[in-house]
Ligand binder design. Structure first.
Ligand SMILES: N[C@@H](CCC(=O)N[C@@H](CS)C(=O)NCC(=O)O)C(=O)O
Length: 333
C-alpha cells in the first residue's frame, strides 16, 4: 500500500508538472493582436459563453452591426468546467477569459475593445458611434462605465457599474456551482492565473446558496456592490434625463447602450431589478423596456439563456420567499 501511494503521488506530481508546462496563463493586453494568427474558417469568429457578462456585450454588438460570426461556446466553471483553462482555449487566449473576438484570424481581447473594433470594421462604422464630439464623449464615458476592468473587479465597484456586477452575481454563482463537481473547481486551484477566483467558487460550493447569508465577507461585498450600483443607476437616470432618451446619447443607439444593456440583464438574472427600477427612476425604467425590444437583445441575450442560469434565478426567487434570513441578507429588509 505504501509503495502504491508513493507511485500514485509520483504520477500525480509528474502529471501536474507536465500539465502546468502546457497550461501556462498570462494576462493579455486589450485590443487587436495582429501578431497572433489563429486557425479560423470565417472572417469573424467569437469565443464566448452564454452566461458571461462580457460575452453578452460582444454578441449584442455583433447583432447590432449585423456581423455574422462563427460561434465557439467555451464553458466557464459556472456553466460546467474550466474550459477556459484547457490547452486548446489557452492557445486562443492565454489570459484564460472570455470573450475573444477573432477577425481574419487575429484575436481582439477585452470586450470593450471588441465593441470599438467591430464597430470600426463593420460595413457602417457610424451606426453605433456618434459623429458629434460631445455625444462621442458621453458614449465613451458609458462604455467605460459599463466595463469590467482589472483582475480585481471588487477594487473598482465605485468606478464602473461593470465592476459592481460580480458582487451582485454571487447568489447566481452559488446556485450554479452547486451542480459542479468539486474536482472540477479544483482544476482552477491548480491552473488558474487568479487562484483566488477558484477559492471563491469552492467556498460558494461548500456553503451553498442557502448558507450564503452566513458568509459575512460575501454579504459585505454584495451590499457594497449594491450601494455602488445604486449610485451608477442614479447617474444613468440623470444621463437619460439630460439626453432626452430613448438612448444614452439621445436618438442614436450606441456602444454605450450595448454595454449598459448587459448590466440590466445580469440584474434580471440575480432578481435584483425591483431594487433598481424604482419610481424615482422613470427614465431608467422606460430605457430597460426599450432595451429589451431591440432585436439584438433577442439575438445576443435571450437566444443564449443557459438552463443553469434560469434554474439559478428561480432558486434565488424561491429562497427569498421561503427563507427569511436569506431574504434579509439579500435585500436588507
Ligand atoms: N475585462 C474583460 C473581463 C473578461 C472576464 O472577466 N470574463 C469572465 C466572464 S464574464 C471570465 O472569462 N471568467 C473566467 C475566469 O475568471 O475563470 C473583458 O471585458 O473582456
Amino acid at each position: 500500500m505504501g509503495t502504491f501511494a508513493l507511485v500514485l503521488a509520483a504520477v500525480l506530481v509528474v502529471w501536474y508538472l507536465w500539465e502546468s508546462q502546457h497550461r501556462k496563463t498570462r494576462a493579455m493586453s486589450g485590443g487587436l493582436h495582429a501578431d497572433i494568427t489563429l486557425r479560423h474558417e470565417q472572417e469573424w469568429e467569437l469565443y464566448h459563453n452564454d452566461f458571461s457578462l462580457c460575452s453578452k456585450k460582444s454578441r449584442v454588438c455583433l447583432a447590432e452591426l449585423d456581423i455574422p460570426y462563427k460561434s465557439h461556446h467555451i464553458d466557464l466553471i459556472e456553466t460546467g468546467s474550466y474550459e477556459t483553462l484547457s490547452r486548446h482555449y489557452l492557445k486562443v487566449n492565454p489570459g484564460a477569459i472570455v470573450p475573444v473576438l477573432v477577425h481574419n484570424g487575429h484575436p481582439i481581447y477585452e470586450s470593450h475593445d471588441q465593441l470599438e473594433y467591430a464597430a470600426a470594421h463593420s460595413a457602417n462604422p457610424d451606426l453605433l458611434v456618434p459623429q458629434d464630439a460631445a455625444k462621442r464623449e458621453v458614449m465613451d464615458y458609458w462604455v467605460h462605465k459599463s466595463s469590467l476592468i482589472g483582475d480585481d473587479p471588487i477594487a473598482a465597484v465605485d468606478e464602473t457599474a461593470g465592476n459592481a456586477v460580480p458582487g451582485l452575481t454571487t447568489p447566481i454563482f452559488a446556485a450554479m456551482v452547486k451542480h459542479i463537481p468539486t474536482h472540477r473547481i479544483l482544476t482552477g486551484l491548480l491552473f488558474h492565473r487568479l487562484k483566488v477566483r477558484a477559492v471563491f467558487f469552492l467556498a460558494l460550493k461548500l456553503f451553498g446558496l442557502k448558507n450564503l447569508s452566513k458568509m459575512k465577507p460575501v454579504i459585505a461585498l454584495l451590499h457594497n456592490s449594491k450601494k455602488a450600483m445604486q449610485a451608477h443607476f442614479d447617474e444613468l437616470e440623470a444621463a437619460l434625463a439630460k439626453s432626452g432618451g430613448p438612448w444614452i446619447v439621445g436618438d442614436q443607439f450606441t456602444l454605450a447602450d450595448v454595454g449598459v444593456m448587459v448590466i440590466f440583464d445580469r440584474l434580471r438574472e440575480g432578481d435584483w431589478l425591483d431594487e433598481f427600477l424604482i419610481d424615482a427612476r422613470p427614465n431608467v425604467r422606460a430605457y430597460w423596456t426599450a432595451l429589451q425590444e431591440r432585436p439584438s437583445y433577442q439575438a445576443g441575450i435571450a437566444n443564449h439563456m443557459h438552463p443553469m442560469v434560469t434554474h439559478g434565478t428561480q432558486a434565488i426567487i424561491e429562497l427569498k420567499q421561503t427563507d427569511a434570513n436569506f431574504k434579509t441578507a439579500m435585500t436588507g429588509t
